[in-house]
Design a protein around this ligand. Structure first.
Ligand code: ADP
Ligand code: 5GP
Length: 192
């Protein structure tokens, strides 16, 4: 549990390709109280991704050392051999700046944070209208190989079965509508 009840945490979770990043970027522009919690990960940056902005891109050795030093609020091997984790230091930095961290993490990591931080969290599951739409979006994004695409689609099917464990589900069919819906839910939570 967070001892200081003013420390809130917004958790956005969804299968890869559902539009999480697009919606998160919209929310960051619209709600200045929110700050993105930059995760650490061991995968390689995609074209256009910046170290320290999208992720802290670190080596497996560095990640393992940080696990041993208890530096993560949660971490997961999200894909085979690829680790992702929320750094406690990242959350603290944002709270110390009088803002609310927003994390964009996988379903298992989200459940872990929700359990650990309890009532001070708001969790939103972003869902694409169908698995077919998800596949189309991932293909259109052009970021995946056939192998990583298959991995993401397999994982998505599993992750969808956890959707009802989160506070809200936002279906991202029409982007504009999904952004408005997520914004209203978070604005309400922040003023509570
Ligand atoms: P995630 O962060 O969940 O992996 P992205 O935000 O990268 O997903 O979105 C995946 C792709 O789908 C991107 O190319 C994005 O522009 C596109 N996209 C997002 N929302 C929609 C939507 N409502 N309709 C169609 N395409 C979308
Ligand atoms: P991608 O490789 O497409 O950026 O992200 C893959 C998945 O890892 C996404 O579902 C994303 O939400 C998740 N992810 C990103 N950062 C973290 C994190 O810090 N912890 C966990 N558990 N998952 C994360």
């Amino acid at each position: 549990m967070i001892e200081d009840e003013t420390k809130k945490l917004v958790i956005i979770t969804a299968p890869s390709g559902s539009g999480k990043t697009t919606i998160v970027n919209h929310l960051l522009r619209e709600l200045p109280q929110l700050a993105f919690s930059v995760s650490a990960c061991t995968r390689k940056p995609r074209a256009g991704e910046q170290d320290g902005v999208n992720y802290h891109f670190i080596t497996l050795e560095d990640f393992t050392r940080r696990i041993a030093h208890h530096e993560f609020a949660e971490f997961e091997m999200v894909y085979e051999g690829k680790y992702y984790g929320t750094l406690k230091s990242e959350l603290e930095l944002i709270w110390n700046n009088q803002q609310t961290p927003m994390v964009d993490i996988d379903v298992q990591g989200a459940l872990r944070l929700k359990k650990h931080y309890g009532k001070q969290t708001l969790s939103i599951f972003i869902q694409a209208p169908s698995i077919e739409a998800l596949e189309q979006r991932l293909r259109a994004r052009g970021s995946e190989t056939e192998q990583s695409l298959k991995e993401r689609l397999d994982k998505a099917t599993e992750e969808l079965s956890f959707s009802d464990q989160f506070d809200h589900i936002v279906v991202n069919d029409q982007l504009e509508q999904a952004c408005q819906q997520a914004k209203a839910i978070i604005a309400d939570f922040l003023t509570d």
